[in-house]
Structures are given as C-alpha cells and as structure tokens.
Design a protein around this ligand. Sequence first.
Ligand code: ZN
Length: 287
Amino acid sequence: MRDFVSDHRWLSLNTATVRKQGDLAAIIDACARHGIRAIDPWREQVAAMGLDRAARAMRDAGLDLSGYCRGGLFASDVARRGEVRDDNRRCIDEAKALGAPCIVLVAGGLPQYSRPGSAVSKDVAAARAQVDEGIAEMLDYARQANMPLAIEPLHPAYAADRACVNTTSQALDICDRLDPQRTGALGVALDVYHIWWDPQLMSQIDRAGKDRLLAFHVCDWLMPTRDILNDRGMMGDGVIDIKRLRAAVEAVGFAGYCEIEIFSNDWWAKPMDEVLRTCIERHKTVV
Ligand code: ZN
C-alpha cells in the first residue's frame, strides 16, 4: 500500500468539494497554493469558465485530471434520446480537450429525474435496460476518441433520482457485457460513500482488477446522515474504514489518484483554504 503519510502527491480534488467557495479559476489557484496536483472538474464549472480557458488554466498550473464529472443520465423518454446521446458526445469532446483520463458516468435513475421533462415511469428495470443501451451507444463514440468510461455505482438510496446502477457487481456486469475483452475502454469509478456497506465489495474489487478500476473516490459516511445528497463527511469523521478499502483497490493494482469528493453543506460553509488544509491532513492520516 502506498505511503500517504509523508506527502499528498496522490491526492486529487473533486472540484464539487469547494464549489460554493469559488469558481474553477479560484479552485485551480487554491490547488497550486496547497500543492494539490490533480483535480476532477465538473462540466458546469468548466462551461462557466469556458472550455479553452479552463484547459489552458489547468495546463499552466501543471494540474493533472483524475476524471471528468460527469456523463450519463441515460434514462429518458423517447423524445429525449437524442438529447442524451448528443449531451454525452459533447462530454467526451470536452474530456478530450481537457486531457481527462476518463469520464465518470452517473447512470441516471427513473426517466423523469434522470432527464427532467421525461414522461413519468416507475419501471426501474426498464431504466436499467436503457442505461445498458445508453452506455453501449456512448462507448462507440468514446472508443473513437480513446476516452475511457468509468461507471460509478451509487448507493441504492439514489436509485430513483440519480443512478439505478447501485452495486459494484451490477456495474461490472455492464462492463463484462459491453467490453468482454477488458480493453480498458470501460470500467468503474468506486466511491467509498456508495459502496462501503456492500457485503460483496471485496470480492467485486478482486473481480474488477486493475484494468477495470479507473477511479477511486473518498469521503465518509456520517452517523447520523442528515441529507443523503449534501451531508457527506470529511474522511475520518464517519464510519467508513477508508484505509481498508484503499488497501483492497491497491492490492489489485490500482495506482491512481485518491480523489476527495465531499458534497457537504457544512464544508461548503467553511473557507476554501481551511477545507483544503483539512483534506490534506486527513488524506495523510486516515485515507
Ligand atoms: Zn464519486
């Protein structure tokens, strides 16, 4: 297992962690101040800055990317299929321009939440079938662009609104169906917040192996959790044995960035420098 105690060279910041404190330009500056050498930016932050300007700012700051957030939201009604396809193609083009190593895919839940305005459905099995089809279609374009896609399974509490891919096993089943040769074009983004509770987790990490493990996200699960979306914990403040999970992904060969992704009303209320200082300290002590 890599030594994180002496430096934070493998720390990446998911830019949503401090999105309320500043825009992408301010976040890039703050990363330079704190010696953070990688980020995973969100599409809306990049759009607000302008794609070319964002790409240049990251290059000038010497920043690596650990992913690009996010593609997906595949479930929709028939009228919105074209929107889903075009939106995800644009996401690939942006990720390419930014030099991202992969796109994080959030599958989408039921159509009316995944793509608002879609006809109401209660058929989660149909949504899952659409996710399969949507990823297959996106994968064709992604392969041409040489841009890997990382399916992020989300905690089952998000099945209706955000993602009906809810376990690592389910995400890997999709990978095996669509990329049986394990070409590297399709894999998973494992976020400890979403997967820590899964009794099959360790065997599924083994099953994923190095070639399917495209990203690793950390934060913590607070007790109690007051808001399922925006009350994620700082690493060390909750119940997740993060070191054990990092050891498991590294045991199968994962050697990429450990990406901190905290959506938290509490942490969004603190100054950006304080949040980043705390992230670095916890990265050294509990990740
Ligand atoms: Zn994540």
